[in-house]
Write a protein that binds this ligand. Structure first.
Ligand SMILES: [Zn+2]
Length: 131
């Protein structure tokens, strides 16, 4: 028996957590703090760490910093919002078109080479909305 919280319920919990802590230094920590808040409303609420991150990414005023590390696999999905990333085309010195990295068409997140993966997320509020 469990219940899926609505997006606005999750968003409110994320903002509350970030107002209290200013900076949350991992997705796992944000998830556990948000889940604690949600479960005060309904003890059967269930949510994945990825969904907490995606809801946070859509909130005005929330900034997410991604620490990356090398990976042997090509990154396909945006580290922030989960959308499929597209190649960024560049020009070599000889004028040939080259693929220089990837970017997310939805949120604008970029990586300068494809062989990366997220190592750690840091979540915080933009200065102007802190109060
Ligand atoms: Zn994205």
């Amino acid at each position: 028996m469990y219940k899926i919280p609505r997006k606005d319920e999750v968003g409110e919990a994320v903002l509350e957590v970030l107002r209290n802590y200013k900076e949350v230094a991992s997705q796992a920590i944000l998830h556990s703090l948000v889940l604690d808040k949600l479960r005060k409303e309904n003890q059967f609420f269930k949510i994945s760490p990825e969904r907490v991150r995606k809801v946070a990414a859509d909130l005005e005023g929330v900034k997410i910093f991604v620490e990356k590390r090398k990976s042997s696999r090509e990154a396909k999905k945006c580290f922030i919002c989960g959308e499929k990333m597209v190649w960024v085309e560049g020009r070599s010195l000889l004028g040939e078109s080259t693929k220089t990295g990837k970017r997310c068409p939805r949120c604008g997140f970029r990586i300068d080479r494809p062989g990366l993966e997220p190592r750690r997320y840091v979540f915080y509020l933009r200065q102007h909305v802190r109060n």
